[in-house]
Ligand binder design. Sequence first.
Ligand SMILES: [Zn+2]
Length: 389
Amino acid sequence: MNFNKSFFCLIGIMILVFGSSVIMKESAGYEVSYEGTPVGFVSRPAEILDNLDPLSIALSEKMEMQAAVTKEQFDFEKTVRVFRNKDHWEDVADQTEEKCQVDVNIYECLVDDEPVARTNDIDQLEGAVQQITESYREAHPEEHFDRIGFAQNVVYSVSRGKPLPEEPAEEVTQTLRDSLTVETVEKSYEQTSIPFDILYEETETRPLGEKSVKVNGVEGTKVKETVIVRHDGEEVSRNEKETVLKEPVNEVILVGTYSSSIPWEGEEFMNPVSGTLTSKMGWRWGRVHKGIDIGAPMGEPIYASKGGVVIAAGYNQGGYGNMVEIDHGDGILTLYGHMSAIAVETGQEVLAGEMIGLVGSTGRSTGPHLHFEVIIDGTNVDPLEYVRY
Ligand SMILES: [Zn+2]
């Protein structure tokens, strides 16, 4: 009997407890607030705090902006609710979006550290900046740009705040365009050749004046790079840089210095140039030709026929052109005319075979040759008595 009594008593208590909970539907939990505004009722704060990232993503999707919620923005108050089901974090997201202004990303375009445009949409901002260079490119279809950008430093910064009022894309673009300068860089290349020098090398192993090529000259190559920078089409700088791609190879020509001298009464004379006799001494065109002409190529070296002292070296108005006269002593002089260049000075001592100038066609002359005279005691004598051609 005792057992039955306590059994029924227990059943009665259970019915009372269970029944009341069914009838009253009372439950304990936490009131959730976002920045002070109630947005839901959950069993534990962790239901929200462990789901901040999915909550932010859900809010971003609803708002179509980059939203983000932080744990500091939420408050939890322990409370008991009657006739109230607990919310899932997704329901909290819905209520937060409906009742509150959620913090979102604010993107700012800084031009040389000055804030110029602000928007909640980074794509809109970057697109507006890109549009400026794109339309510049379209306006200059003929030109090739190696780089296109801005004269100013353009950076984007991100911060958090309440959503900004919407601004039309064209307005954002216009604001940016007013504060940006389009900078273009163009590069061009030009390749040219480098001429080689001709060097003369004397050799005693070859006859006097004979020339032979020791090294063939080869032209080099260089490239000129030009870099032009423009700001909104105006040239602001131009840089030119030359780079040698291939050095030239200098031509080396051997010039013989060996000479067999021709004796004359104990005096030795050397052929002053390598060439051929084109005119003898004597009457020519109604006047006396006071020496011989030896035809030789322009630039051929001319040598002192005998050692002595240079007594004249310069331009002669009388028709000899560039002329050198050498005193060999004992009343013997030699004279060299029509030179393209003179290599000695008046008063200078020269040895037999020393180079004194180059074959030319200066003065009264019709082509490159050496006019050569021998004067003894003030009288012109036939040079062919002393030199052999
Ligand atoms: Zn002559």
